[in-house]
Design a protein. Structure first.
Length: 130
């Protein structure tokens, strides 16, 4: 029985030595530096907040500018989707001509991607005209 206890004590001391070596390798100093810097940054961000009140006369002008920007982006994204779909049709046609199944699949993928981009751009006009 004493031998088992001695073996257990030896195993436990070996385990503790390995555990201490493992934690020494973690570089707790770096952990503390990172934690401190994150806390300082958070405190600085929170200390620089300012309450701002909007001018009600400028609210409609800002909304009009935002809507015109979104309309511009939707128009151009739709055009880009159309061009991508056209490139997909050309790729598919060249794949049919050369009997290359990989080129046909890539052409169809490009066509579907262009149609999806065009549809997303047109969804804006659909929901704004409701």
């Amino acid at each position: 029985m004493m031998e088992i206890i001695q073996i257990t004590k030896t195993a436990m001391s070996t385990y503790k030595a390995k555990a201490n070596c493992f934690f020494a390798k973690l570089h707790l100093n770096n952990y503390l530096k990172i934690t401190t810097s994150v806390l300082v940054c958070t405190m600085l961000i929170l200390s620089f907040t300012t309450t701002v009140f909007a001018n009600p006369l400028d609210a409609t002008r800002g909304e009009e500018q935002f809507n015109s920007l979104v309309e511009f982006l939707a128009t151009w994204i739709g055009r880009i989707g159309g061009v991508v779909a056209f490139v997909g049709v050309v790729q598919f046609a060249l794949g049919v001509k050369s009997q290359n199944p990989d080129e046909k699949i890539n052409g169809l993928k490009t066509l579907v991607a262009g149609i999806m981009v065009f549809a997303v751009a047109q969804a804006y006009a659909f929901f704004t005209n409701w």
